[in-house]
Design a protein around this ligand. Structure first.
Ligand code: LRH
Ligand code: MN
Length: 426
């Protein structure tokens, strides 16, 4: 492990005085009760790291590896363990099969536990053809007109569930790239029916205490229709499948200017919101750092989440799947993930700051200005000292990126793994 706990303690000592000043001032503004309530919520809130985003990402135009990337599942677990030691907020890893097949489930489970990690949702992959694969997914998987291709895809998802059971995971995310690229290519009704039948066979293979997340996406890699193309279609599948099926909201999977916070509030109200793939985007499924393009939207999404989850008495930390799904084309993958976790927890903390009684009163009085002021005051309150204090109280780094840089951790990873080390994933 390139980072020891004494190095974190030493770093925090050097930076504690400045932190204490900022934190004391903020706590004075918020009051002790609210401060402690938000701190307790922040400390419990863990975000799963995608195993496919620990290396450098790329596009069809190019990929510029940064060196020291994890070459095996064991090295990926060590990297997520490093993130978790820096922010004590990344206590889970979400695996993608077959990019990360755990050959020895028990050994992998113990290795993860030694880093304080558990396994979040498993991800299947029927959007690529593997070398040893018999039938191609060129024209889709569960929607395919050929029953043998559908059978192959169903079996793959069942295999992924079995891998997850060995690791202690409790959920499966199914993202289907299925769709069409030209008008006339696909019978939408039959594609829906075939996909539903396939998902029903996968659903039937779920252990009693598991969930399945149906992830929707507007376009790419198909550019005319996507068979699970929006929240309505995902909601339809999840409703027809049964109580263990939910929708999964990847922030980058919407058409421009979609009101994602409204979608979230309704899926939560209908008890069909399963979880998130957090990232940000300006144009398409850009998979950029969470909160890097539209931080106010991320806050508004958490504002609906806190409101809707409290309305149903849900546990913020455990009742939904909190996961990142990003790709790092120009940034250090680990620094980028640290920034995403920070942005997500900042939006959550700001949502916890909202005075919901005053907000409802303003809404009932159609006092639009006051309602907006209440939200923007929370969004414009700098709660970063609160996030730093939450980390300090659990022996994480006051500034995770700061310590990652100060300790030259990427350089140390390159020294052990080399510049050419390449990670599986996108
Ligand atoms: C599809 C997606 C899906 C993953 C893949 C890596 O765009 O968001 O969640 O399987 O990215
Ligand atoms: Mn995703």
């Amino acid at each position: 492990m390139p980072l020891e706990s004494y190095q974190i303690a030493q770093y925090n000592q050097q930076h504690e005085a400045a932190h204490r000043r900022k934190f004391e001032f903020l706590a004075g503004e918020l009051g002790a009760d609210l401060t402690e309530r938000i701190l307790a919520k922040l400390i419990d809130f863990q975000i799963a790291i995608p195993s496919w985003a620990l290396g450098t990402g790329g596009t069809r135009f190019g990929r510029f590896a940064g060196g020291g990337e994890p070459r095996t599942l064991e090295e990926k677990i060590a990297d997520v363990g490093l993130l978790h030691s820096l922010n004590r907020s990344s206590g889970a890893i979400s695996l993608h099969i077959p990019w990360d097949i755990p050959t020895d489930g028990e050994a992998i489970k113990q290795l993860a536990a030694s880093h304080g990690l558990v396994f979040d949702a498993m991800n299947s992959n029927t959007f690529q053809d593997q070398a040893n694969q018999e039938l191609s997914y060129k024209f889709g998987s569960l929607q395919h007109t050929d029953a043998a291709v559908r059978k192959q895809a169903i079996q793959h998802n069942i295999d992924v569930i079995r891998h997850g059971e060995a690791l202690g995971s409790k959920s499966l995310t199914v993202w289907l790239s299925d769709g069409s690229s030209f008008p006339g290519q696909l019978n939408f009704r039959k594609a829906f029916q075939r996909t539903l039948e396939g998902l029903q066979e996968i659903y039937a293979a779920l252990p009693e205490d598991w969930k399945v997340f149906v992830e929707y996406k507007a376009f790419e890699p198909n550019f005319y229709s996507t068979t699970v193309g929006d929240w309505g279609q995902s909601f339809l599948y999840a409703s027809k499948l049964g109580p263990k099926a939910y929708t999964l909201v990847d922030l980058g999977h919407h058409l421009p200017n979609a009101n994602i916070e409204q979608i979230v509030s309704l899926l939560l109200m209908e008890e069909k919101l399963g979880g998130f793939h957090f990232n940000d985007s300006k144009y398409g499924d850009d998979d950029l750092t969470a909160g890097s393009m539209k931080p106010y939207q991320l806050f508004l999404i958490f504002n609906e989440l806190v409101d809707g989850m409290d309305a149903r008495g849900m546990n913020h930390a455990t009742d939904l799947g909190w996961m990142i799904d990003a790709s790092h084309n120009v940034k250090d993958p680990l620094e980028d993930l640290l920034q995403s976790v920070e942005a997500i927890k900042l939006a959550y903390a700001q949502a916890l700051l909202v005075d919901r009684v005053a907000l409802e009163e303003a809404r009932n009085n159609n006092d639009v200005v006051t309602a907006q002021e209440i939200l923007q005051n929370a969004f414009r309150t700098d709660l970063r000292p609160l996030l730093a204090e939450a980390r300090l109280r659990v022996d994480a780094a006051l500034s995770p990126v700061g310590l990652f840089r100060e300790q030259s951790l990427r350089k140390k990873l390159i020294e052990t793994r080399g510049m050419k080390a390449v990670s599986t994933g996108l």
